[in-house]
Design a binder for this molecule. Sequence first.
Ligand code: HEC
Length: 153
Amino acid sequence: MFRYLSAAALAAAMVLPTLAQAEEPTDPNVNARHALMQLYAYNLGVLGGMAQARMDYDPELATEAATAIYHVSMAHADRMWPEGTEVGATADSRALPAIWENRAEFDAAAQALTASAESAMGSVGTDLASLQAALGGIGQNCSACHRTFRQPE
Ligand code: HEC
């Protein structure tokens, strides 16, 4: 029994430092910006579902989703991207150093999304074709920023 326990204790001692590293808490800024991105994806999923006829076209719900994307994009997110939170420097981040090398371009990419979401708010409720056009505009702004500023998986 004693020998079994000490072997277990030894095994635990060898494993624990690894566990401690794996469980390094995610920086609250990284968590917050992930939450913001998840809200984008959640609402974009509604527009995409209607555009691809996986859901019935519902003008009110479409307007609600576009409005949510607009408001999320206005969430004063500047603080969520402090220096030192790029990929590799902190847990769970896929933010590329390019963000801090070219902050003006990054901010402009965020503003482009706000602009396309604002115009989508007024058009996605008109008809399905308008929704599809607006979705294309928003989607392009998501991927343009990801291409330049997010580490591919
Ligand atoms: C201004 C740049 C920018 C825009 C615009 C942008 N993203 Fe992102 N997105 C990023 C970056 C950078 C990351 C990686 C952040 C990190 O890991 O810290 C990311 C991460 C994500 C993630 C992963 C989140 C997670 O939990 O790991 C999703 C999903 C996502 N974006 C969806 C979207 C959608 C949908 C849109 C458009 C409606 C969008 N993004 C617009 C820059 C942007």
